[in-house]
Write a new protein. Structure first.
Length: 494
């Protein structure tokens, strides 16, 4: 047993008949060194803009509390890297050491996402953003090039326009061998009606484009390019420093749920925008927010569809109100002022109601989804969406629990270690913490196989069957992709 009372990774692995794939590990790019390597690739623009993007945290932590309150600047995370556990700190910093330790951690293959690089696709200046992301991807690929049998790094793909995303994605796949791409969504855009953007105004006068529904651009060319290149778009965009996450004194208040909120927005926009209807081959990953929000969104969308689809809206059509009956009820049960107000309006409670539809040419919020039968919910939501979950989240079991989701669906939860970050004080505990779901009877061993292996294989392998070729899990992954049945089924009696 480990010092925390868990089984060790090797003890867990001895119980498994499948590999473990980490769908969301992290490494720690060391700024002073990384920026200089970027300078060699993209010049001063890339290096200096990268360093500027990293200064926000320190600047905010150096700002007095009262000034943060006045400007509504959120408390940042501090002491967020391992210190006592220096070996883990080194593991996060040096890909060579991480590669060496994967077996010790019980991980057979890992997709490694950035840390400093998480924020670079949101750099506001167009030239700087593109230069930083491009140089960042080149340097990152070089760090991980010799470790492809066990690790693959995620490329940072800026998505302010579909054109910039396509250009960087093509370069990364064709020249760097990129297999995992981290897209940006939601994308902050200026509110056009705000013309004076001095000081803090620019920070708050933005709207968030989830690059699906109601976007500023047509992103269909990007989705087509993903299919062509065999890329499953994954999203690891945070929502801290926004809206309700700007406490000046409490980082935890700002941090809890922010990845889930961002994933929720992206998934809604992709679904309601009809992206999964138009591009059924694509798989989408929403990372580090857990699967609980995915289960809630699935149920909420179905509930709203029941009440707001085109046919259901007919039930609420104001023209169908029986005005005579309403006035009769008012005479019997109402009050004098109600009776007189209805008479004055010829029995209409709100004479303008029928025309108050916001000028929409199509009143069906789900029209892009073209939902006509139960199977559509599996095809449009359950099958294409994957949800990155940290090991110690008990809500992971919700994805697999019989009868817990509409139509008895199993959502695609995928294991993400989050190694390298503060919420993993000891990397040796990650796999054992995930296996506690089995020990506690919350999921089965078959569920655990899907969670820690098969679902990740399907996420990346559905559009790129060669994704795992040449890796340590190649044979087992090929067997998963050859399976005829999907893990996300709707029961016949639902």
């Amino acid at each position: 047993m480990s010092a925390n009372g868990h089984s060790t990774p090797s003890q867990i692995k001895a119980k498994l008949n499948h590999p473990v794939v980490d769908a969301d590990g992290h490494w720690l790019e060391y700024g002073p060194v990384f920026s200089e390597q970027m300078r060699k690739v993209g010049g001063d623009l890339a290096a200096d803009a990268f360093l500027a993007s990293q200064r926000t945290t320190k600047e905010n932590l150096n700002t007095p509390i009262e000034e943060r309150r006045r400007r509504r600047v959120g408390q940042e995370g501090f002491w967020s890297r391992q210190a006592v556990n220096t070996r883990d700190r080194a593991t996060g910093m040096f890909p060579r050491f991480l590669y060496q330790r994967l077996e010790e951690l019980g991980i057979d293959f890992a997709a490694i996402y950035p840390t400093a690089g998480l924020r670079i696709p949101r750099i506001a200046d167009d030239k700087a953003r593109r230069a930083v992301c491009h140089s960042f991807n080149v340097v990152t690929a070089d760090y991980f090039r010799e470790f492809g049998d066990r690790m693959t790094p995620a490329a940072a793909i800026p998505c302010h326009t579909p054109e910039e995303a396509i250009e960087e994605l093509e370069f990364c796949v064709k020249h760097l061998g990129t297999k995992v791409a981290m897209f940006t969504s939601p994308v902050p855009r200026p509110v056009q009606s705000v013309t004076n953007r001095d000081g803090d105004v620019a920070r708050f006068a933005v709207w968030y484009d989830s690059i699906g529904l109601d976007s500023a651009y047509d992103y269909d060319p990007l989705w087509k390019k993903c299919i062509e290149l065999g890329i499953a778009p994954t999203f690891h965009t945070g929502a801290s420093r926004q809206g309700l996450r700007n406490s000046a004194v409490n980082f935890t208040y700002n941090h809890v749920g922010h990845f889930a909120a961002s994933g929720h927005a992206a998934a809604k926009a992709i679904f309601l925008g009809g992206v999964t209807r138009r591009f059924p081959q694509l798989r989408f990953g929403f990372l580090e927010g857990g699967v609980g929000w995915g289960c809630m969104l699935f149920g909420d969308l179905i509930g709203h569809w029941d009440k707001r689809n085109a046919k259901a809206l007919e039930y609420m059509d104001p023209r169908k109100l029986d005005r005579a009956l309403l006035q009769e009820m008012a005479q019997k049960y109402g009050y004098e002022d109600h009776i007189s107000a209805l008479k004055a309006r010829d029995g209409w409670p709100d004479p303008d109601a029928y025309g108050l539809t916001g000028g929409l040419p199509n009143l069906d919020d789900f029209s892009a989804c073209q939902i006509t039968k139960k199977q559509d919910w599996t095809d449009l939501f359950v099958t294409p969406f994957y949800f990155g979950c940290e090991a110690d989240d008990k809500a992971n079991a919700w994805a697999f629990k019989q009868g817990a989701n509409p139509f008895n669906a199993r959502l695609n939860a995928i294991f993400g270690s989050d190694i390298g970050h503060f919420d993993v004080p000891d990397m040796m505990d990650v796999l054992p913490e995930a296996y506690e779901l089995v020990d506690d009877g919350l999921i089965t061993t078959d569920d655990f196989r899907d969670f820690t292996f098969a679902n990740a294989v399907r996420l990346w392998g559905a559009g790129n069957p060669k994704f795992f070729e040449g890796t340590a899990v190649a044979k087992a992954a090929a067997a998963v992709l050859a399976e005829a049945a999907s893990p996300a089924k709707v029961s016949a009696g639902a």
